[in-house]
Design a binder for this molecule. Structure first.
Ligand code: EPZ
Length: 419
């Protein structure tokens, strides 16, 4: 087991890079199964989740090569239709292989552990969409099988909730179906638009990716392509909040203003000065942040649930009262007890957390509970006096290539230790 040691109290200065988006490269890797020629995907982040997705591709019969941030997938010899439990346990969000494998092979099976650290994580919307396209779906406990003895047919589907994963699974199953699919109330996250960009580069005919209505005209085959993954907006938000929390002035290279609606205006309201440039975003923090008022997470373009913990870290040190209402996942306040260990004044009532800013924090021993909460603990530790130890950092490595390497670039005193 490894852990991070952070010596707080140092302001951050300098430039910190944003890598390729985890939540874009993962569905794009799954989509490679639908192609009948080699695909080259650039700007892939070096994350444990990406490694897990590559192991699934190999299990299915693809040839996968990695050279730096470039992953080449040759799906010509795909024969597998089953993702084994040992690989699903590495990354539950591999559920979108259901749509891509079934879309290519006519059937797919995988096992899904129950809930995860964020909540129940049902997939009813995924399965409803696949059935609407003509699949028969069977479930036996956590074992799920989707199959069809003929080519899928397009359908008019409306999601009761704009689920990111369900939108992706339906897209992946529909691109090679016969006829037109209209998907209403689709998720509008930028990663959806990126996935549609990849699919269209491979010869798919998808319109409206990134909007709430996506229209897919099915094609029989998808060829190969070269594609560059978008920058990771959640990583960009993490670095901006680390800079706000620790103080100083940093430049987040590769951050895009249009991917951060809501967050940038909140950071300015808290007293940060922002510099928006074509190649990234600069943030200059005040001596003491001001509270941000009431935050409610919601589907894009609302305030993202993935930014809730790291912004909360900033409010813990701010002057005044802030609140966070979590509307996406039912168990996404597990960082609160860990923040309290460092001196934060937070209380949770139902799906709402109430934060009263305090001026001083002390280092403590904390444990990451999920990847964004873990990153938020690092952000708060940068502010705390003395040393903080963050354990269970495997969670953090799922979403950040090397959080200690990147934060050290802007002067953070942070190192990784073998426990
Ligand atoms: C994706 O998860 C992201 N993961 C999550 O990022 C992100 O937090 C989430 O979207 C919301 O933006 C990846 O892209 C790999 P959802 P996903 O389906 O697809 C309910 C991170 O930190 N729901 O939009 O699982 C579900 O229970 C991760 O990088 C159903 O009820 O999110 C949840 O409450 C964490 N039925 C809500 O919708 C379904 O069939 C949002 O889920 C599907 C979802």
């Amino acid at each position: 087991m490894q852990r991070l040691k952070i010596e707080g109290g140092t302001k951050l200065y300098g430039s910190i890079p944003v890598h390729g988006a985890k939540n874009s490269v993962l569905p794009i890797l799954a989509a490679a199964v639908l192609c009948e020629e080699e695909v080259t995907i650039r700007n892939c982040p070096g994350l444990s989740d990406v490694g897990a997705a590559c192991r699934i591709l190999k299990e299915l019969g693809c040839r996968v090569k990695r050279d730096g941030d470039c992953i080449t997938v040759d799906p010509k010899a795909v024969t597998g239709t089953h993702v084994p439990d040992r690989l699903m346990r590495e990354m539950r969000s591999s559920v979108f292989f259901l749509g891509s494998v079934a879309g290519r092979m006519g059937e797919a099976s995988l096992s899904l552990p129950g809930g995860c650290e964020l909540g129940a994580r049902p997939i009813d919307l995924h399965l409803m969409g696949l059935e609407a396209l003509g699949m028969t779906v069977t479930q036996d406990g956590g074992d799920i099988r989707a199959f069809s003895d003929k080519r899928l047919t397009g359908a008019h589907i409306r999601l009761r909730f704009p689920s990111v994963g369900a939108t992706e699974n339906i897209l992946l199953a529909a691109v090679r179906a016969e006829g037109e699919t209209i998907l209403e109330n689709a998720a509008m996250e930028p990663e959806i638009a990126d996935l549609c960009g990849f699919l269209n580069a491979c010869g798919a005919k998808v319109r409206g990716g990134g909007s709430s209505v996506i229209v897919i005209e099915g094609v029989e085959h998808l060829h190969g392509c070269e594609y560059r993954v978008m920058p990771d907006r959640i990583e960009a938000a993490t670095w901006l909040c680390c800079g706000a929390c620790a103080g100083g002035g940093i430049f987040v290279s590769g951050a895009r203003e249009e991917h951060l609606p809501g967050l940038l205006s909140i950071l300015e309201k808290m007293g940060c000065r922002l510099e928006i440039r074509p190649d990234g975003i600069g943030l200059f923090a005040p001596e003491r942040l001001k509270a941000c008022g009431d935050i409610v997470t919601s589907p894009y373009p609302g305030f993202p649930t993935d930014m809730q913990a790291v912004l909360m870290a900033c409010t813990c040190a701010a002057e005044g009262e802030s609140s966070f209402e979590e509307t996406i996942f039912e168990n996404r306040f597990r960082h609160v007890p860990e923040f309290r260990k460092m001196g934060a004044d937070i209380h949770v009532k139902g799906m709402k957390a109430f934060v009263t800013g305090v001026s001083r924090f002390r280092g403590a021993e904390v444990a990451a509970t999920d990847l964004r909460a873990g990153a938020a603990m690092v952000a708060l530790a940068l502010r705390a006096e003395g040393e903080t130890t963050v354990r269970s950092i495997g969670h953090i490595d799922r979403g950040y290539e090397s959080i200690e390497r990147d934060l050290s670039l802007v002067g953070a005193k942070i190192r990784r230790e073998k426990q």
